[in-house]
Ligand binder design. Structure first.
Ligand code: CXF
Length: 364
C-alpha cells in the first residue's frame, strides 16, 4: 500500500515522500500510526552515533490502530489500540528468560534497516529499499511490524500520548522499577531530567523512594521535577551534586543513581554520589569516553554500575501497567509532552535538542 512518511535520505534528514509498504506477512501486523514520540536515539542516528543505512524512515515510539493481521497472529486483531515496541527475536537465551532488551539480535534487528526476514517492508516507487528502524519506522502513516513489537492497550487511554511508552518512558520507568527495583524508603538520584530521567523519577515515586533527588543544569526542568515528586533538586552548575547528595543522605550517599545524560563527568558523579554497595544504572547513548579508576571509583565501595536497555521490561507486561498508572494519575506523562504535526518534525528535534520540549510527539 502507499504511505506518506518522513524519509531520512543521504541528502537531507527529512523529506516527505510517498512510499510503498509491504502487506503483513503471516507473523506481522499492519498498524495505522496515530502518533509517534521523538526520542534521543532517533537523533543519534541522524548524527551518525548509531548508524542506520539511509534512506530510512526513523521513529520508534509509535502508537496506532491495527488495520490488518497476518494469518498466524493471535495477540491482536483489527481495531485494537497498540503501542509499538522494539524488535527482538523471542528465542535467544535472554528473550526466553524474559529479558527482551538483552536480545542477542537487538542491534541488527533494530539498527540494520532490515527486519527478521532480512527484508525492509518499505520500498520507494522505484523499488529502492528504505530502511526500517526499530522494527517499526513510526514517522510514517502506516507500519508493518512483527507481532512481538505490538502491545495491545486499553482503548480508553488517549492513544496520542502512549507511543513513548514503547521506548523512552519504558526505559526510564523500567530501569527504576525492574532493574534497580528499589525498596520503599531507599534514596534514588536521577541525573538528567529529560523524558527518560523524569519517567524514572515518576517510577521512583511509585516505588516509594525517599529522598528522590533530581540533578540537571536547567532550573525550569528542576521545577518540573519537583512538581512530579522530587524531594530535592540540584542544579549542578550552581552546586556540587556529589557533596549535596551526601549532605541530603546523612553523609552516606544514595542507594541508587540513574544516569541518563551520557556525559562522562556526570556518569562519574552518579558513581561518586553512591553509598557503599550502591548501584548506578545507565541508559544513555554518550559520545565521549569515560575514564575511571575501577579500584577507587567502583570496587573499594563495592558499587555496581549497570547498563540497561529498554528498562529490562517485557513490553507486553510492562506497557499496560504504565497505561494503568497513567490513567490513575500515578504516571502523568502528559506533563512531559508537546504535540507537533508530522511536517514539523525538524522543529520537534530542534526543540528536544535545545531543551524547550521534553518529549515531542508527532501527530500523523
Ligand atoms: C536504545 C538505546 C541504544 C541501544 C538500544 C536501545 N534505546 C532507546 O532508544
Amino acid at each position: 500500500m502507499e504511505i506518506q512518511a518522513m524519509v531520512t535520505t543521504t541528502e537531507k534528514d527529512f523529506v516527505k515522500q510517498t512510499l510503498l509498504l509491504d502487506d503483513p506477512r503471516a507473523d506481522e501486523v499492519l498498524v495505522k500510526i496515530v502518533a509517534s514520540g521523538v526520542c534521543h536515539t532517533d537523533a543519534t542516528v541522524l548524527d551518525g552515533t548509531l548508524p542506520v543505512p539511509r534512506p530510512a524512515v526513523l521513529g520508534h515510539e509509535g502508537s496506532g490502530i491495527v488495520v490488518k493481521v497476518g494469518s498466524n497472529v493471535s495477540t491482536v486483531q483489527e481495531g485494537d489500540h497498540v503501542v509499538l515496541g522494539f524488535a527482538y527475536c523471542g528465542h535467544c537465551d535472554n528473550c526466553l528468560d524474559g529479558n527482551a532488551g538483552g536480545c542477542e539480535d537487538m542491534i541488527p534487528l533494530n539498527f540494520s534497516g532490515r527486519n527478521k526476514h532480512n527484508l525492509t517492508p518499505i520500498h520507494t516507487h522505484d523499488h529502492q529499499d528504505v530502511s526500517q528502524f526499530f522494527g517499526q519506522s513510526s514517522f510514517g502513516t502506516y507500519a508493518t511490524v512483527d507481532e512481538k513489537n505490538v502491545v495491545k492497550v486499553d482503548k480508553d487511554a488517549d492513544l496520542r500520548y502512549l507511543g513513548p511508552l514503547g521506548c523512552g518512558l519504558m526505559t526510564g520507568s523500567g530501569t527504576v522499577l525492574n532493574s534497580l527495583a528499589p525498596a520503599p524508603g531507599t534514596s534514588l538520584v536521577v541525573f538528567g531530567t529529560g523524558a527518560v530521567g523524569l519517567s524514572g523519577l515518576l517510577a521512583a515515586k511509585i516505588a516509594g523512594c525517599d529522598p528522590i533527588i533530581a540533578v540537571d543544569i536547567h532550573d525550569s526542568r528542576l521545577e518540573l521535577a519537583k512538581e512530579l515528586g522530587a524531594t530535592h533538586v540540584i542544579n549542578s552548575i550552581k552546586e556540587n551534586p556529589v557533596e549535596k547528595i551526601k549532605e541530603i543522605t546523612d553523609g552516606k550517599g544514595a542507594h541508587y543513581s540513574f544516569e541518563t545524560t551520557g556525559v562522562p563527568e556526570v556518569t562519574l558523579a552518579a558513581l561518586h554520589c553512591l553509598r557503599v554497595k550502591g548501584t548506578c544504572a545507565t541508559v544513555a547513548v554518550g559520545k565521549r569516553d569515560l575514564t575511571f579508576n575501577v579500584t577507587n571509583d567502583l570496587m573499594l565501595n563495592a558499587l555496581t554500575l549497570k547498563g540497561v536497555i529498554e528498562g529490562d521490561a517485557v513490553p507486553q507486561l510492562f506497557i499496560p501497567k504504565l497505561v494503568k498508572f497513567f490513567k490513575n494519575g500515578h504516571f502523568p506523562m502528559d506533563k512531559l509532552v508537546k504535540f507537533y504535526d508530522l511536517e514539523q518534525v525538524e522543529q520537534a528535534f530542534e526543540d528536544s535538542k535545545n531543551g524547550s520540549t521534553i518529549k515531542p510527539i508527532l501527530i500523523l
